[in-house]
Design a protein around this ligand. Structure first.
Ligand code: FEO
Length: 388
């Protein structure tokens, strides 16, 4: 495997993980890449590394253009091991390389993971001259760990953005104009919704800090690089940061004997009646990380569960736990479901969504055992009345 040229003297030397299907709870049906970048100047510089088990692939790519022992600087934009995991192995091959990370969180994080290695601190505004060209640094804490940092190569105008603007999308092409753009955008939205969503304010600050830069390429640490469609990916990020939800709904449910499912379809009819589109996402057939992507884009969320053992179905509880952690904002919700005797699941869902800071559109809607035609009609009427 060889280094892939990005611009004169700048190369992709990362790894492509076609087989990855789960990234701490996030379904990665398209695999991922761990992007590391090499800048060949008087002082050879590597930006990020790869997951530990992909070290050999990175080394092979590095060796296709340089002797890796000549690496002089290793910039760690982010401590998380998908980007720093190969650091110790690389330092055995390039023992004279200096390691850099954001101060203080990048330094403390790397030392925790890799031992007491010498790390040079970087802060926003610092500049590193690597020969004829220079690197500038912008700290972007909590996008999405405390240590995150952007590196900007002033002469080529490449912004090495690490996790920001990334996608879990394994392709053997580097750029947005070489792949299916629609797929790249879908994966970028999914990435934002599942990784970055709780940190909209911090993303807003990062966008503003980089807005004065002239950018020819945004080079994230996962997926394709943005060069032709920079405006498009910035627009996607800005709309997430502004929390501009579509006037539409996502209906999430699980069912035991199809009573809650019948209610879900009636909820869908009610939204359709007032002119809103819906995504139907039952929890037996949709991964929670795909559901979250839909939730992030929509204003309304309806969640249904029957009652099992005095509570909701475990699939619904798991989804609510994931939803709470990702903390989308400005959502309006409906809790619904069928029950046999206790009926506790529906108010439990309602209360959990209140604790997420969401606004109920009406009281919890529940129907005992098998919904009758009249009960379903009443459910529909109740929802239409509050949505009109
Ligand atoms: Fe791709 Fe936060 O690591």
């Amino acid at each position: 495997m060889k280094a892939v040229k990005i611009k004169d003297n700048v190369y992709f030397v990362g790894a492509i993980d076609y087989k990855l299907r789960l990234f701490h709870g996030y379904s990665t049906e398209k695999g991922s890449t761990y992007n590391a970048f090499l800048i060949i100047d008087d002082e050879i510089t590597l930006i990020d590394t790869v997951k530990n088990e992909f070290f050999d692939e990175m080394l092979e790519r590095l060796s296709s253009v340089i002797d890796p022992k000549d690496i002089k600087h290793i910039i760690c934009n982010h401590v998380e091991p998908d980007h720093s995991g190969a650091l110790n192995k690389l330092l055995q091959i390039a023992p004279h390389a200096s390691v850099y990370a954001s101060s203080p969180s990048g330094i403390s994080g790397l030392k925790k993971y890799y031992g007491n290695i010498d790390i040079k601190p970087l802060k926003t505004g610092d500049i590193l001259k690597i020969g004829k060209t220079t690197l500038s640094f912008i700290q972007t804490p909590m996008v999405h760990w405390p240590d995150n940092m952007l590196t900007y190569h002033n002469e080529t105008e490449i912004l090495f953005s690490n996790d920001a603007f990334g996608q879990h999308y394994a392709v053997n092409k580097c750029f947005d104009d070489e792949v299916d753009l629609n797929e790249a955008i879908i994966q970028a939205k999914k990435y934002y919704a599942n990784i970055v969503l709780p940190y909209g304010a911090q993303v807003g600050k990062a966008l503003s800090a980089s807005s004065n830069l002239k950018i020819s390429v945004i080079a994230p640490s996962h997926g394709v690089l943005w060069r032709k469609h920079i405006d498009k990916i910035l627009q996607v990020y800005n709309s997430f940061v502004d929390e501009k939800s579509e006037n539409s709904a996502v209906i999430v449910y699980d069912t035991m004997w199809k009573s809650t499912e019948k209610m879900a379809y009636v909820v869908q009819d009610a939204f359709a009646e007032v002119g809103m589109s819906t995504d139907m996402m039952d929890l037996q057939n949709n991964h929670i990380s795909n559901i979250i992507t839909a939730v992030a884009e929509k204003k309304y969320l309806a969640i249904g569960s029957p009652t099992l053992n005095n509570g909701m179905l475990p699939s619904v509880a798991a989804f609510l736990c994931y939803l709470k952690g990702l903390a989308p904002k400005n959502k309006h919700f409906l809790a619904f479901g069928s029950y046999g005797w206790g009926g506790q699941s529906i108010p439990q869902i309602h209360d959990q969504l209140i604790s997420c800071g969401f606004s109920p559109i009406c009281d919890p809607q529940k129907i005992q055992y098998k919904p009758s035609i009249e009960e379903l009609a009443k459910l529909k009427e109740n929802i239409i009345n509050v949505l009109k």
